[in-house]
Write a protein that binds this ligand. Structure first.
Ligand code: NDP
Length: 272
C-alpha cells in the first residue's frame, strides 16, 4: 500500500475532524503529499503541524466547499504546492435528524449545498489534473446513500445525488483513465452527529447513538485506501454497507423495515 501512495498528491476535503482527518494522517504516513481543506483553519493548522512534525508532507487551505471559487483556489494551492493532483477525496459532509414533515426546507438545501454541490465544485476544478494523472475521484457517501434513512431525507438525497453525479463522471471519463469510487461507511465515531442539523436548522449538539460501538475513522480511512488502490467503483464496509447493498437487490421492502426498526429505536427518535 505504501508503495502505491508514495508521492501521490491527495486532496482531502473535510479534513479538520473525523474520517477526513484520519485519511489525511494515514495517507501522509504512507508517503502521500496531502492537501487538507475544511472551514476551520486553526484545526487544519494544528493537524498539519502534527503531520509535518514526523517528516510527512502536507499542506492545508481553508475552504468552504459550498463556494465554487474557494474550491478552485483549493486545487490551485494543491497544484502550486505539489505540482498536480492524483486523488481527490470529496469527504466534507453534514448530516441532519428530523422528519421531513417537520423539517424546514432550508435544512435540505443546506445538505444539498455541502454534500452534493461541495462534491461538484471540487470535482470541477480537480478533474483536469486527475485526467492528466489518470488518478482517482472518491466520494465519501454513506449507507444512507444506498437506501433511504428515515429522519435523514436531505442526507440520503444528497448522498444519492453524489452517487449519480460520480457514476456519470466515471462513464464520461471511461476512455480517459479516470477512476471514480463511491465509498459508503456505516455509522462511524466522529463529529457528524453533533453537527447534524435539526428540523429548524440548528445543530443537534449531541449524539443519539453509542459512538463507542461504531467503526473508527481510522478503520474507514484504511478501507478507502484499499479501495483506491484496487480502483474499485463501490467501496462497502462491514455488515451495514455490504448487507444493505446485497439485501436491497433482492428484498428492498425488507430493507425498509430493517432501517425503520433500527432508527425508531434510537433515543428520542423523530419516528416515535
Ligand atoms: P465530521 O463532522 O467529523 O467531519 C466533517 C468534516 O467536513 C469536517 O472536517 C468539517 O470541517 C467538514 N465540513 C463540513 N462542512 C463543510 C464545508 N461547507 N466546507 C468544507 N468542509 C466542511 O464527520 P465525519 O468525519 O463522520 O464525516 C465525513 C464524511 O463521512 C461526511 O461526508 C459524512 O457524511 C460521511 N459519513 C459519515 C458517517 C458517520 O457515521 N460518521 C457515516 C457515513 C458517511 P469544518 O467544520 O472545519 O468545515
Amino acid at each position: 500500500m505504501n508503495r502505491f501512495f508514495k508521492d501521490k498528491v491527495i486532496v482531502v476535503t473535510g479534513a479538520s475532524s473525523g474520517i477526513g482527518e484520519a485519511m489525511a494522517r494515514e495517507y501522509a504516513k504512507m508517503g502521500a503529499k496531502v492537501v487538507m481543506c475544511a472551514r476551520r483553519e486553526e484545526e487544519l493548522k494544528r493537524i498539519a503541524q502534527e503531520i509535518e512534525s514526523t517528516g510527512d508532507k502536507v499542506a492545508y487551505c481553508a475552504c468552504d466547499v459550498v463556494k465554487e471559487e474557494e474550491c478552485k483556489h483549493l486545487m490551485d494551492v494543491a497544484v502550486e504546492k505539489f505540482g498536480g493532483i492524483d486523488i481527490l477525496i470529496c469527504n466534507a459532509g453534514l448530516s441532519m435528524r428530523a422528519l421531513f414533515d417537520e423539517c424546514d426546507l432550508k435544512v435540505l438545501h443546506r445538505l444539498m449545498d455541502v454534500n452534493f454541490w461541495g462534491t461538484v465544485n471540487c470535482t470541477k476544478y480537480a478533474l483536469p489534473w486527475i485526467q492528466k494523472s489518470k488518478g482517482s475521484i472518491v466520494g465519501i457517501s454513506s449507507v444512507a446513500g444506498i437506501h433511504g434513512l428515515p429522519g435523514r431525507t436531505g442526507y440520503s438525497a444528497s448522498k444519492y445525488a453524489m452517487t449519480g453525479f460520480l457514476d456519470t463522471i466515471r462513464v464520461e471519463n471511461l476512455k480517459k483513465g479516470v477512476h471514480v469510487m463511491t465509498a459508503c461507511p456505516g455509522f462511524t465515531a466522529s463529529n457528524v452527529r453533533f453537527s447534524a442539523l435539526t428540523a429548524d436548522g440548528t445543530q443537534q449538539g449531541e449524539t443519539p447513538r453509542d459512538e463507542a460501538k461504531m467503526m473508527t475513522p481510522e478503520q474507514v480511512a484504511h478501507i478507502v485506501a484499499k479501495g483506491i488502490r484496487r480502483r474499485k467503483r463501490l467501496c462497502l464496509m462491514e455488515w451495514e454497507g455490504r448487507g444493505t447493498h446485497l439485501l436491497k437487490k433482492f428484498f428492498p421492502a425488507l430493507v425498509d423495515k430493517l432501517f425503520y426498526a433500527v432508527m425508531v429505536n434510537e433515543p428520542d427518535s423523530p419516528l416515535k
